[in-house]
Design a protein around this ligand. Structure first.
Ligand SMILES: [Zn+2]
Length: 429
């Protein structure tokens, strides 16, 4: 097996990273559908391969979130064994602790955490901007009737302020005042050294007014231009490193015209891929992906940031999403919520106290092959770390395998059947 950790592709002493080490190759495109979404008689959904300096990602792919350069309670070796192809860490958390200079000195994120495969970092924008309102900016929020540019969650202090140049915020870790901007985010992400990085964007909420969303999309475009310029400068300056790909992020909330406009702006810049982000309503998540793909060149991989559920994954894959990160499997697992083909249940329910069967019948993950519901229930109640480990292994495996199966269904020509059957099983329809 190639030692990507010590010999990434396209890195040579004294040379800038070779950009050709990063590319996207389409394998199979979904055939057309009656709704006419897509291009040239086919939908945007596809299988493919993202080639990176640390190896390939077969897409569509699930991207587990290793927030602080770690999956909580699960080693990278285990993630590899259960089929993870790549991991995503958060630039903001690594900037706060241990600091990007430590990762740079370690030889980058992969070497720091002993993960030989491809890695992603987000820009820090999500964490920084979330401090602004105190709300969790998840994909689906209930904001019926709420519209304001200055909404703050009850009992929360506003910790972030946006201006033309960037964002000033107070660290939730130690109260220090910090500043993030396009250039600062690029500097941090270059030192962290992930294969795929994201441009620094402004994240709005669905509560922001239309006027504010318009201003924000334009500001994000100006920041995107600055990110591209700084990324080129750092790539040329930091010799001997593998090339790091940069994805531009498309915002625009729920508005079709704004999303299309933002997608054209991002497509016009020299990005390697695109991030589909921001606040949006679940019911139009597939449409938003298709609007963005309309503007995007076919050879740029598309990452959907912070996906929340199984039906969203199917809608996004069908409309062109290639990779998907999600914190739910690990976060839910630690609370006892277990994902199965037949939906989600909580293993801490009383009826499982003496159930010695696996978390999911027929599941081939390490946890299900070796441990019982009753044992996992006991560990989680006792707050034993092994409980977090076993629940996380099963849930991460569930999502990784779901994307593996979706990929096989597109290549095999039975995506619709697989989608309908999976959704019927999962949601009990
Ligand atoms: Zn399992």
């Amino acid at each position: 097996m190639t030692d990507f950790l010590n010999q990434p592709i396209g890195a040579a002493p004294g040379q800038p990273g070779d950009r050709t080490a990063f590319s996207f190759e389409t394998i199979t495109r979904l055939p057309g559908s009656p709704d006419g979404k897509g291009r040239g008689g086919t939908r945007y959904g596809r299988t493919g391969i993202i080639h990176t300096p640390h190896g390939d990602i077969r897409t569509p792919a699930f991207v587990p979130v290793a927030t602080q350069a770690a999956m909580k309670a699960v080693l990278p070796e285990t993630m590899r064994q259960l089929g993870a192809q790549c991991l995503l860490s958060n630039a903001f958390h690594l900037f706060e602790r241990p600091g990007e200079d430590v990762l740079d000195a370690a030889g980058g994120l992969g070497r720091f955490m002993n993960w030989s495969g491809p890695t992603f970092t987000d820009s820090g924008g999500f964490q920084v901007l979330s401090l602004g309102s105190g709300f969790k900016k998840t994909l689906a929020m209930d904001v019926t009737g709420m519209k304001s540019d200055d909404v703050i969650a009850e009992g929360k202090e506003r910790l972030a302020f946006v201006d033309e140049d960037g964002v000033t915020f107070k660290s939730p870790l130690n109260g220090d005042r910090h500043r993030f901007s396009a250039e600062i985010s690029m500097g941090i992400q270059h030192k962290i050294g992930a294969d795929i990085m994201f441009a620094f964007d402004e994240l709005t909420t669905l509560m922001n007014t239309r006027g504010y969303q318009e201003q924000s999309v334009e500001r994000t475009y100006r920041w995107a231009q600055r990110c591209v310029a700084e990324h080129e400068r750092l790539t040329a300056e930091r010799l001997g490193k593998p090339y790091q790909a940069l994805y531009g992020v498309v915002q625009g909330a729920n508005y079709e015209d704004l999303r299309r406009h933002a997608a054209e702006q991002i497509a016009s810049l020299d990005f390697d891929g695109v991030g589909i982000g921001g606040a949006l309503e679940k019911r139009i998540i597939g449409d938003i992906c298709a609007w963005i793909c309309d503007a995007m060149p076919e050879n740029r991989p598309r990452h959907v940031l912070g996906i929340a559920s199984v039906d969203d994954i199917f809608a996004c894959v069908e409309n062109g999403g290639d990779t998907f990160d999600c914190v739910a499997p690990a976060r839910c697992g630690r609370n006892g919520a277990i994902f199965t083909r037949h939906g989600r249940y909580n293993v801490k329910r009383a009826e499982f106290k003496t159930d010695f069967g696996p978390l999911e019948d027929g599941c081939e993950c390490y946890t299900c092959r070796n441990y019982s519901k009753a044992y996992v229930d006991h560990l989680l109640r006792a707050r034993e770390f092994n409980g977090f480990t076993l629940a996380t292994i099963h849930n991460e495996y569930f999502f990784i395998k779901l994307l593996d199966d979706i990929r096989a269904s597109i290549d095999g020509g039975y995506f619709e059947e697989f989608r309908d059957e999976s959704l019927a099983h999962f949601y009990g329809a």
